[in-house]
Design a protein around this ligand. Structure first.
Ligand SMILES: Nc1c(NC[C@H](O)[C@H](O)[C@H](O)CO)[nH]c(=O)[nH]c1=O
Ligand SMILES: CC(=O)[C@@H](O)COP(=O)(O)O
Length: 139
């Protein structure tokens, strides 16, 4: 059984609750365990995953968050840098699923966070578990 770390950026709490439900459901359906840590925003997610990985307590990692475009360039920074940071961790050999929604508005976020619709939280968890399985197969 794998132990999965879910790192959530709780910038939009009500949206994250849906992402969490999806991710937890996918992990439990696959017969694995999980625990959750919380950071303020998506920019903190790569650092949170890196810190958690240092503990050696987790086999895979799922990053969850919602980035909604505002008026300024900050969207590009938050969306791009959180994704880049997670990708760098994956390239370092961690099994990381990226469940950070980068959307234009809340309606788009709801459609993608809802486990009964796009279920992006569940998809991110499944991606992390797929990487973990591949890592195990190749080692
Ligand atoms: N605008 C959003 C943010 N912004 C906050 C940053 O992620 C970060 O916490 C801050 O810059 C301090 O380092 N975060 C989200 O997750 N979603 C947003 O829409
Ligand atoms: C994604 C963001 O950082 C965004 O919510 C910030 O909004 P604004 O660009 O209007 O400051």
């Amino acid at each position: 059984m794998a132990h999965v770390l879910i790192a959530e950026a709780r910038f939009y709490a009500h949206l994250n609750d849906m992402l969490l439900d999806g991710a937890r459901g996918a992990i439990e359906a696959a017969g694995h365990s999980h625990e959750t840590i919380t950071v303020p925003g998506a920019l903190e997610l790569p650092g949170a995953v890196a810190l958690a990985a240092e503990s050696g307590n987790y086999d895979a990692f799922v990053a969850l968050g919602v980035v909604i475009r505002g008026e300024t360039y900050h969207f590009e920074i938050v969306a791009g840098e959180s994704a880049r940071g997670l990708m760098a961790l994956t390239m370092d050999g961690l099994a990381v699923g990226n469940g950070i929604l980068t959307v234009e508005n809340e309606a788009q976020a709801i459609a993608r966070a809802n486990p009964k619709h796009a279920n992006k939280g569940g998809g991110a968890a499944e991606a992390a578990l797929a990487l973990l399985e591949l890592k195990s197969k190749l080692s």
